[in-house]
Design a protein around this ligand. Sequence first.
Ligand code: ADP
Length: 247
Amino acid sequence: IEQKDFVLSVEGLTVSFDGFKAVSDLSLYVEEQEIRVIIGPNGAGKTTVLDLICGRTKATEGSIKFKGQELTRMNEHQIVHAGVGRKFQNPSIYEDLTVFENLELSYPKGRGVWGALTFRRDAAVIDKVHEIAEMIFLPDKLDMPAELLSHGQKQWLEIGMLLIQDPELLMLDEPVAGMSVAERQQTAALLQRITKDRSVLVIEHDMQFVADIADRVTVLHQGKVLSEGSMERVQNDPKVIEVYLGH
Ligand code: ADP
């Protein structure tokens, strides 16, 4: 059996808001190249887990190790720099700029051998923008103002703006909400393609999409892991069925 390393190891993670534990003693291990999907009813703590990993919310207790670095001791900016990208539900693209400009602006500044040499960096940026545009299905929309894109294309653009920063862990909050069936299929293909050299952690409610993309599913309930494993396994777990179907 191929043994992959964990890119993310979360242990004993707890956060209390005025004494209420939104996340409680949570452990989560994500492998390299894995697509992990977090599901669970409203209020289960899914968004809070992503907020904790990206440093938006400070943990009360516990550890979040990403490639051996302790994220709980870093601020949001340092966590991005360490290689964690986070996409929120509402796209934060620049509507009046073109697709090209949106991607160009997201390119990390001052990285790479030629970082100080502007003319060299520009050539590298242009190449990278084209490569990403191809990946996110927008190669012929580079000169289009972002506001003219469809809802789904805007979501892809934002994923592209994260990919151009080359994160090793990409976290997505309901990436296919509001997308057409065709766009969902394209998004599934996109996620599968990008995990050749990174891991993806997704919150998702669309169970068909979860079944299509998930290597493993983590079911959260009341801030704790209720069940974990393949989609088939968690779907047939009586504890999961009870939580989803009521009592
Ligand atoms: P989910 O994403 O699974 O729907 P959330 O992570 O948004 O769940 O919320 C988990 C619980 O934590 C909810 O009961 C929510 O009201 C509470 N919560 C989340 N953030 C805060 C906060 N900043 N202050 C107080 N309570 C919060």
